[in-house]
Design a protein around this ligand. Structure first.
Ligand code: NAD
Ligand code: LMR
Length: 339
């Protein structure tokens, strides 16, 4: 029923028995929203990931073309395309990890919350499919507003009786990627050696970089630098939306961040030790039911959620503001499914 492109088999002349297989475990990954601005480069980068043995590309449009194109890359992952809701179940069945960038992006002047009305319904439909076809898969949710779409996904899974909070992660990796980049610029460092925790959520003032905890290498910032960096990190998405002037929001840096995060989840699933990344998850770190902070990833998804650690006065004030907005966004998501 779906478009299948197996390397060496597309022409019907492949010799299945002769195919050399790598020694590492292969995971099955699906991208939902695979034809979009994020989905396409994300699909390309996941095809290059040696931990992926099967890559399913699902969207409501254009996956035959994207699948044909990506399937010609000479990497091991087998790529299959699925188009339209009637193929959603086939796309989901058997998957270990789902990455979801399905939904509309912002235009200048919009907030992420302005996307709620369209994207909430898209996320609900996809999560109903996940609950039915692959309830044990790890879910990496990218669709905005993340602060509300993760609570929506949790409510859908609860309703279906499949909810495992350790397997649902809102992707805030782009905030960390931006924080590392901007801090490295200010300090004149290689960004590879910078590691800024970013906690809270994924919209404006809910994005809370903990600059006082940037420890690799340990350093300090002037108050002016802290103001500049906090503002730039919190508004990095808007910076891209305005520069793209109506044609969308961050796609390439997001695909990069999504792959970095998905790779961490896969290494956790494989059993690697010490995999720690920031993500927006069901949490008891604050009084809110969802919060982004550092989590340790393992064979079952989230294995441990770390507390925020010491905050300075500036960060404590930011945290209070962030929590107020986050609480409303979480409630909006929960109510969308409950009512
Ligand atoms: P896009 O419009 O280029 O692509 C979205 C894709 O989703 C399209 O191909 C569309 O056909 C598909 N889609 C729509 N309805 C669908 C459905 N029901 N099932 C499957 N696919 C469906 O948008 P984009 O730039 O790729 O952004 C996608 C989403 O990611 C937006 O909501 C955006 O705000 C969000 N985003 C989040 C982050 C983050 O850090 N979490 C970063 C950037 C963008
Ligand atoms: C981002 O941070 O780039 C995304 O959330 C997209 C957006 O709307 O800003």
């Amino acid at each position: 029923p779906h478009l299948q492109m197996e390397e060496g088999l597309g022409s019907g002349f492949g010799r299945a028995n002769c195919r050399a297989k790598g020694g590492s475990p292969g995971f099955k990954v699906a991208i939902l929203g695979a034809s979009g601005g994020i989905g396409q480069p994300l699909a390309m980068l996941m095809k290059m990931n040696p931990l992926v043995s099967v890559l399913h590309l699902y969207d409501v449009v254009n996956t035959p073309g994207v699948t044909a194109d990506i399937s010609h890359m000479d990497t091991a992952a087998v790529v299959r395309g699925f188009v339209g809701q009637q193929q959603l179940e086939d796309a989901l069945t058997g998957m270990d990890l789902l990455i979801i960038p399905a939904g509309v992006p912002r235009k200048p002047g919009m907030t992420r919350d302005d996307l709620f009305n369209i994207n909430a319904g898209i996320v609900r439909t996809l999560c109903e499919g996940i609950a039915k076809c692959c309830p044990k898969a790890i879910v990496n949710l990218i669709s905005n507003p993340v602060n509300s779409t993760v609570p929506i996904a949790a409510e859908v899974f609860k309703k279906a009786g499949t909810y495992d909070p350790n397997r649902l992660l809102g992707v805030t990796m782009l905030d960390v990627v931006r924080a590392n980049t901007f801090v490295a610029e200010v300090l004149g460092l290689d960004p590879r050696y910078v590691d800024v925790p970013v906690v809270g959520g994924h919209a404006g003032i809910t994005i809370l970089p903990l600059l006082s905890q940037q420890v690799k290498p340990s350093c300090s910032f002037t108050p002016k630098e802290v103001d500049y960096l906090t503002d730039r990190i919190q508004n990095g998405g808007t910076e891209v939306v305005e520069a793209k002037a109506g044609s969308g929001s961050a796609t390439l840096s997001m695909a990069y961040a999504a792959v970095k995060f998905a790779d961490a989840c896969l290494r956790g699933l494989r059993g690697d030790a010490g995999i720690v990344e920031c993500a927006y998850v069901a949490s008891q770190v604050t009084e809110l039911p969802f919060f982004a902070s550092k989590v340790r990833l393992g064979r079952n998804g989230i294995e441990e959620i770390y507390p925020l650690g010491p905050l300075n006065e500036y960060e404590r004030a930011g945290l209070e503001k962030a929590k107020k907005e986050l609480a409303a966004s979480i409630q909006k998501g929960i109510s969308f499914i409950k009512n």
